[in-house]
Design a binder for this molecule. Structure first.
Ligand code: ADP
Length: 199
């Protein structure tokens, strides 16, 4: 009822899909968090978060999709930033994206031996991204693709950080969690009510 859940076709077609997704302004705390299934590069928001690597020079997964959709100027600006540490976040313009900005954050490469440190780093990614970010931002599931972080553990972290943040920081109007796969969508749908319970 209170979670605004939006779905789109889950087929990856970034270049061919001309549809932009616009979000209406919202009011209440619960309305400030959304789940969206689809391509993050099509969202018309203030910022989209990029699950980047330390070089910030582009890579695979969502990073590749964002650089392709933003055009070469994004890589040029990224080059001036001289990389980014794991757990940190840096903001650039969005160039050809419908999103005004890109927040580049570097998640941990998951290792079950260093699970505590990885959890700290992933927590830091979400926090720093919200710190440098703008009123409306969309997050992919950082570290859970090529970097191998278990999706359930990562989703608990993402939801916990965002819950605390939107409760205490008025500058964040809206956070959109973006998932690609049906399996990830199910995880978010199951966990969202724990952190944002319906009234
Ligand atoms: P990492 O290297 O941090 O693990 P990946 O890009 O490999 O980052 O994966 C992060 C998540 O982003 C994965 O769940 C992946 O399915 C998802 N993803 C890949 N492309 C897109 C896209 N265009 N829009 C939204 N999510 C995407």
């Amino acid at each position: 009822r209170t979670l605004r859940t939006l779905y789109q076709a889950s087929i990856l077609a970034p270049a061919a899909d001309p549809a932009l997704v616009r979000f209406k302004p919202l009011g209440t705390l619960l309305d400030r968090v959304s789940l969206y299934q689809g391509d993050i590069t099509r969202l018309e928001v203030d910022s989209i978060v990029n699950a980047a690597n330390q070089s910030l020079l582009g890579g695979g997964g969502v990073d590749g999709a964002i650089h392709r959709a933003a055009g070469h100027q994004l890589a040029e600006e990224c080059r001036t930033l001289h990389g980014c540490d794991t757990g940190d976040a840096k903001i650039t313009k969005g160039y050809d994206l419908p999103s005004k900005h890109v927040i580049h954050t570097v998640g941990p490469i998951y290792s079950s031996k260093d699970a505590d440190e990885d959890a700290e780093m992933l927590t830091s990614c979400y926090r720093k991204s919200l710190d440098v970010g703008t009123a409306n931002s969309a997050f992919p599931s950082v570290s859970t693709g090529i970097y191998g972080y278990p999706i359930k553990d990562a989703t608990h972290i993402a939801l916990d950080v965002v819950r605390r943040y939107v409760e205490t920081e008025d500058k964040i109007e809206r956070v959109i969690f973006v998932v690609w796969s049906d399996a990830d969508k199910d995880v978010y749908q199951n966990l969202l009510p724990l952190y944002f319970p319906p009234e």
